[in-house]
Unconditional design. Structure first.
Length: 398
C-alpha cells in the first residue's frame, strides 16, 4: 500500500468552505480492516487563522471517488465512551435535536501523517467510531479512551472541492471531472442503493422538467403549449486569450462555450466564458442571462457548508425563497442548459452535449446560480454589470 497523496491538494493550499478560509495543514492516511484486508482513505486537516479546524476526507472505492467535509460540534445530549461503545447499527439517537440512525460502526488506525495532523493524532492512533444518518444529516461519533468527539458531515462533489481551492476540476481519483458521483453514506455498506435511488429521483424530476420546458405536454387541460422560438446567440463578444479586469480583479479568458438555455416560455443561446486570475482561480462569465439580455454576470464558484441536494433544487419553483449559506433571495428562473460547442479550455471541463439543470436566485446584491445533473451540483455567486462596460474592460474583445 502506497501512502502517497492521490489528489492534487497539497500542504499549505488555501480554500474556502461555508464562507471560511481554510489552510491545508496536514494529511493523514487512515485504514480499517474489512473482509480480511485493510481499507484506506485520506484525511486532510484544515485550519483557519483563528484556530478552527475541519477534516476533508477523500475516499476512493471501486465504484467512485467521494469527498466529505466534517466539522466538530458540541452535542446538546452528549454521550460517554461507554454509551457510544454500546451503540449498534440500526440504533436511534438524538445528539442535537435531530433523530438519526446508526448506519455503520468501525475502528480506524492512523498509518501515515504528513504535516500537522489533528490534535492528539499520530501514527498508530486507534479510534472507535460510528456513523449516524437521517436524510441529508450525516454525523460521526468517535472516541479514543474516554474522550468522545462529534462531527457534522456534508458530502461534496469533486467540482466543489476543486472550486474551493481554485484547482482544475480533475482532482484525481476514479470518477473525477466536472461532477463527481453523488456521495452516499459514510460506509461502503448500502451506499449503492442510496446512490441508485438518488439518481432515479433526480432523473425522474428532470424528465418531467424537460417535458414541461419543451412543451411536449401542457399542465392545462384546455390547450396544448405551443413551441417556443429559439433566440440564437449574438456574435461572440470576447476572444480566447483576452485579458481584462472585472470588479478590480484581473482575468484571462481561457475557455468559451455556447450554451442553449430553455425555460418555460423562453429559449435562447448565450455565450459563457471561463476566466482565470493570476492565482489560477476561476470564474464564470455569462453574457446575457436572459433572452436578448444586455447585462453580463460574473459568477465565482463557492462551496456552501450546507446546501440543497439536486433533488431539493429540482423541486424549487419560481418565486419561492432560497437560502444557502447566508445567501437569501428568491428563485427567478428554473432552466435546462445544454452545451452546444466549446473552444479553448472549455468551461470547467464541460463537454459538448453536457446537459445540466439550473436554478437562479436573486436579491438586491447578488445572483445565485446552481447547476446540476444526475452526478452532482455546483454553486456560484454572481454580480451583474452592463455588457458594454464589461466588454470595454477586456483587451482583444471582438
Amino acid at each position: 500500500m502506497s501512502f502517497e497523496n492521490p489528489t492534487r491538494l497539497r500542504l499549505g493550499m488555501t480554500g474556502s468552505f461555508g464562507g471560511k478560509a481554510y489552510r491545508v495543514a496536514g494529511r493523514s492516511v487512515l485504514g480499517e480492516n474489512e473482509a480480511g484486508g485493510t481499507y484506506y482513505w485520506n484525511e486532510f486537516n484544515l485550519e483557519t487563522d483563528t484556530g478552527e479546524a475541519a477534516t476533508l476526507v477523500f475516499d476512493e472505492t471501486e465504484r467512485s471517488s467521494q469527498w466529505r467535509l466534517f466539522t466538530l460540534f458540541d452535542p446538546e445530549y452528549p454521550m460517554t465512551a461507554e454509551d457510544a461503545a454500546g451503540r449498534r447499527v440500526g440504533d436511534r439517537l438524538n445528539l442535537n435535536g435531530h433523530d438519526v440512525r446508526v448506519t455503520f460502526r468501525g475502528s480506524s488506525c492512523v498509518y501515515s501523517v504528513e504535516g500537522k495532523g489533528p490534535e492528539g493524532e499520530e501514527v498508530g492512533t486507534v479510534a472507535e467510531y460510528f456513523n449516524a444518518e437521517a436524510g441529508s444529516i450525516m454525523q460521526v461519533v468517535s472516541w479514543t479512551g474516554e474522550e468522545v468527539e462529534y462531527y457534522n458531515g456534508v458530502s461534496l462533489t469533486t467540482g466543489m472541492v476543486a472550486s474551493a481551492f481554485g484547482l482544475p476540476q480533475n482532482l484525481g481519483g476514479a470518477g473525477s471531472g466536472i461532477f463527481s458521483s453523488l456521495s452516499g453514506s459514510g460506509s461502503d455498506s448500502g451506499s449503492g442503493n442510496y446512490l441508485g435511488v438518488t439518481k432515479f429521483l433526480v432523473l425522474a424530476v428532470s424528465l418531467v422538467f424537460i417535458l414541461i420546458v419543451f412543451g411536449r405536454f401542457s399542465c392545462s387541460r384546455n390547450h396544448e403549449s405551443g413551441p417556443v422560438a429559439k433566440l440564437p446567440a449574438p456574435p461572440r463578444p470576447l476572444e480566447i486569450g483576452a485579458t481584462g479586469t472585472l470588479f478590480d480583479k484581473k482575468y484571462h479568458v481561457t475557455g468559451h462555450a455556447v450554451v442553449d438555455i430553455a425555460e418555460v416560455g423562453a429559449h435562447w443561446e448565450q455565450h459563457e466564458y471561463e476566466l482565470t486570475d493570476d492565482a489560477g482561480a476561476t470564474a464564470l462569465l455569462a453574457c446575457g442571462g436572459e433572452p436578448g439580455g444586455a447585462d453580463w454576470i460574473c459568477f465565482e464558484p463557492f462551496v456552501p457548508m450546507i446546501s440543497l441536494t439536486a433533488k431539493e433544487a429540482a423541486a424549487k419553483k419560481v418565486g419561492e425563497p432560497v437560502e444557502i449559506d447566508g445567501y437569501k433571495g428568491k428563485v427567478s428562473e428554473i432552466f435546462l442548459s445544454t452545451v452546444e460547442g466549446i473552444d479553448g479550455d472549455g468551461i470547467s471541463g464541460l463537454k459538448t452535449g453536457t446537459v445540466c439543470y439550473g436554478l437562479r436566485g436573486v436579491n438586491e446584491d447578488r445572483t445565485l446560480l446552481a447547476r446540476w445533473n444526475s452526478s452532482g451540483i455546483q454553486y456560484y455567486r454572481g454580480r451583474t454589470l452592463p455588457a458594454k462596460k464589461a466588454a470595454a474592460g477586456f483587451a482583444n474583445a471582438k
